[in-house]
Design a binder for this molecule. Structure first.
Ligand SMILES: [Mn+2]
Length: 323
């Protein structure tokens, strides 16, 4: 029996940045804490956090793999993250909020949830400018933060293959897909995007073939956030649990700031992002929130991206606590 309402939440600090293409993402969680401190907000006193180990020292050496950079380090990080999330979900029954630094590890969060609930159908709301549906076979960059959804869907996308990958990379990719003993972890019909607007042809092929919907920025502007949230929840109605992944590059980089690894214009404004995240948190099926890809070293406006992410985090947490 949880007495203290704040004890309903468990924060996880996932500071791996092995999956990002630009350096500095691992400072994202610290930048969010600075935003809390500078506004006198006691968030990090109220909510306890667990620091998940990272493998970032690998970055001082060149990646031994090209088509999935640092994938063996990322597999170790997936083990840490999925273990912590799974334990929390299974034994403590607190609501995990994952503060992550690059989006690759969201696949590990999903692994943790799914490992604890192998028979439940997990819906995923991916709020992101990017589809993160690449694989080592299709990636133009080799950055694994563009691959977590393909890993969770168990997809190679050989139909749109552009890279011949070595056997060791194929092995590691298969390990990532099969991690947690459940593969695939999610089904394409249980996945929706919000604010998707910067995809590559290999990803477009999958989006079209698997019929994965995107609630785009125009629709959010036209219909309003309440209607979009209702449509998302209706679409995922058959799912038992819902995981929400909020990549801050879903927001407009000109309106907010460029403090993220792959900034894209014409995105959500803060209010829209906040209302969508909070609207999803109000639903009892929503079992986890992840906020990711704040990079203060790229911020052209000081610490504005982290400050914006923190305001949304604070509001969303409150919604979960009160539900
Ligand atoms: Mn992303």
């Amino acid at each position: 029996m949880i007495q203290n309402p704040y004890d309903k939440i468990r924060l996880f600090e996932v500071t791996s940045e092995l999956g990002a293409g630009t350096r500095g993402a691992s400072l994202g969680v610290s930048a969010i804490k600075v935003a809390a401190l500078n506004t006198g907000n006691k968030y990090f006193t109220k909510y306890k956090s667990t620091k998940v180990p990272n493998e970032n020292e690998l970055l001082f050496e060149d990646s031994p793999t090209k088509d999935a950079k640092y994938i063996d380090g990322i597999i170790r990080v997936y083990n840490y993250v999925s273990h912590f999330v799974s334990e929390e979900v299974t034994y403590n029954r607190r609501f995990p909020i994952v503060l992550a630094c690059d989006h690759s590890t969201a696949g590990a969060t999903i692994t943790g949830i799914k490992h604890s609930n192998p028979n439940k159908r997990l819906g995923v709301v991916w709020i992101d400018a990017h589809a993160d549906l690449h694989t080592p076979y299709t990636t133009p960059s080799g950055n694994v933060h563009g691959m977590p959804l393909a890993a969770c869907l168990g997809i190679d996308n050989l139909e749109r293959k552009r890279n011949d990958i070595p056997a060791n990379v194929a092995d590691s990719w298969n390990k990532l897909k099969e991690m947690g003993g459940v593969s695939p972890k999610i089904l394409a019909e249980d996945l929706v995007f919000v604010a998707l607007r910067d995809t590559e042809p290999e990803e477009d092929f999958l989006l079209e073939k698997r019929n994965i919907p995107n609630f785009d920025v125009a629709q959010v502007r036209r219909d309003g956030t309440a209607k979009v949230v209702a449509s998302i929840l209706k679409y995922l109605d058959h799912c038992d649990m819902i995981y929400v992944s909020f990549d801050v590059d879903s927001m407009d980089c000109d309106l907010i700031s460029k403090g993220t690894g792959t900034p894209v214009p014409n995105g959500l404004n803060e209010q829209q992002a906040s209302e969508i995240v909070c609207g999803l948190m109000a639903n009892k099926k929503t079992c986890c929130l992840e906020i990711t890809e704040v990079n203060p070293t790229l911020d052209n406006k000081g610490n504005v991206m982290a400050e914006t992410a923190f305001r949304i985090l604070d509001k969303a947490t409150e919604v979960v606590v009160k539900r």
